[in-house]
Design a protein around this ligand. Structure first.
Ligand code: ADP
Length: 402
């Protein structure tokens, strides 16, 4: 059964077509710079690659192009769009409402719209993708998979901020957490690798990409995570600050006269690795610069890893028994230096990494701890799209689309 996964960003659409239940990737692509006259379309099927630059006005037109590509007599993968039985949509914010993926109906769409103030940059393009795909794929089951869903098992003790309670009651200000699809995927994979039931593992999952978050998983369920009300809290990220004293924001505004919109830009776009290193938000460039003696690049790496280590310590305490630590996403999968520095000195706590294995592990699923390590350390490449495809496949099956 063909399942299409769609991830609409503010000016982009990523898509992947899977054949399920074999989990085989059939075709994939990315449309970028939507809204401009020079949007780029990248599409690949097997080894053949197609590229084009042209005007793509909006997400609706983007979806129309995807539908045409997938049915193109030469480049396409299906004769008719009705062969695509389900469309899985990544939706960033599902509020407190959605504890798992949902079949999309009017009620679900209204809720996604209701959550726009909580995710003003993400939920609107997610919604546009849904509306367009209902138009171009009317016979497919439409499913929404929420970044927040995996974290809905977090208890009030961990999700409430110590601000007047009415802000939660009236405005639902609380920790939501993000990257849930990725944390869930690697947690389930870790359980499989250990030969355990998915609800029989305690672990810490570190999703370190452009955005970074870390989650404490107890009995297979998220019990705490570093991102909060917005994806700005927690770890140091490419351009986001992660945790800071909220007093700094007041100081920016009241003493330095910086406008709220500018504060937003500073903390979301100009901070993190880019802000400290002054080099880039890309970890590869920072490592290269540090290797040439750039002290600020070196410091950025140290600060990044120190913050990861601090959270690991906190979550070890919260979990009491931890079976494993998993590293995933661009940095987690490809930067041995980050894994080594984040876990350095934790031997007394039962974490011993095999330096050779760690050094040689890039983007492959592998254990990197030594046999005597009480807590297993793994690199598990994330695959959010496949997780979304699996959820969508289950719904399509239930709807009798086989
Ligand atoms: P996103 O959160 O946008 O999905 P990624 O998971 O791709 O981002 O992570 C991007 C980060 O991972 C960048 O800092 C980049 O330098 C790093 N990264 C990605 N691929 C590699 C690689 N092959 N080697 C080293 N670092 C990588």
């Amino acid at each position: 059964m063909n399942i299409l996964v769609i991830n609409c960003g503010s000016s982009s659409i990523k898509f992947k077509l899977f054949s399920m239940p074999e989990n085989t990737l059939v075709a994939s692509g990315l449309i970028e710079k939507i809204g401009g006259t020079d949007a780029t379309i990248n599409y690949s099927k097997g080894t053949s690659i197609f590229r084009e630059t042209r005007k793509v006005s909006d997400h609706r037109q983007g979806l129309e192009i995807i539908a045409k590509l997938l049915t193109d007599p030469e480049r396409g993968v299906v004769k008719n769009l009705s062969e695509i039985k389900g469309i899985g949509h990544r939706v960033v914010h599902g509020g407190e409402e959605f504890t798992g993926s949902m079949l999309i109906d009017e009620k679900v769409k209204n809720k996604i719209k209701e959550f726009i103030p909580l995710a003003p940059l993400h939920n609107p393009p997610n919604m546009e993708g849904i509306i367009a795909s209902e138009k171009y794929f009317p016979e497919s089951v439409q499913v929404a998979c929420f970044d927040t869903a995996f974290h809905t098992t977090i208890s009030p003790v961990a999700y409430l901020y110590a601000i007047p309670y009415r802000f939660y009651q009236e405005y639902r200000i609380r920790r939501y957490g993000f990257h849930g699809t990725s944390h869930r995927y690697v947690a389930r994979r870790f359980a499989q690798l250990m030969g355990r039931h998915k609800y029989d593992v305690n672990l810490i999952t570190c999703h370190l990409g452009n955005g970074c978050s870390i989650t404490a998983v107890k009995n297979g369920r998220s019990i705490d995570t570093s991102m909060g009300f917005t994806p700005l809290e927690g770890l140091v990220m490419g351009t986001r600050s992660g945790d800071i004293d909220p007093g700094i924001i007041l100081y920016f505004v009241e003493n330095l006269g910086i406008k709220p919109s500018e504060v937003n830009k500073i903390l979301n776009k100009e901070s993190g690795l880019a802000g400290i290193s002054g080099v880039s938000n890309d970890f590869r460039s920072i490592v290269e610069s540090a290797s040439k003696g750039n002290k600020m690049a070196e410091l950025a790496i140290e600060i990044f890893c120190y913050r990861v280590k601090k959270y690991i310590g906190a979550y070890l305490a919260v979990l009491s028994r931890t079976d494993g630590i998993v590293f995933t996403a661009g940095i987690g999968e490809n930067q041995p230096v980050v894994r080594e520095k984040s876990l350095q000195g934790l031997e007394e706590l039962g974490i011993i990494i095999d330096r050779e294995k760690n050094k040689n592990c890039t983007a492959t699923e592998q254990e990197i701890s030594s046999p005597e390590s009480k807590i297993k350390v793994f690199v598990i490449p994330t695959n959010e799209e496949l997780a979304i495809a699996s959820d969508t496949y289950e719904f399509a099956k239930k709807q009798g689309r086989i």
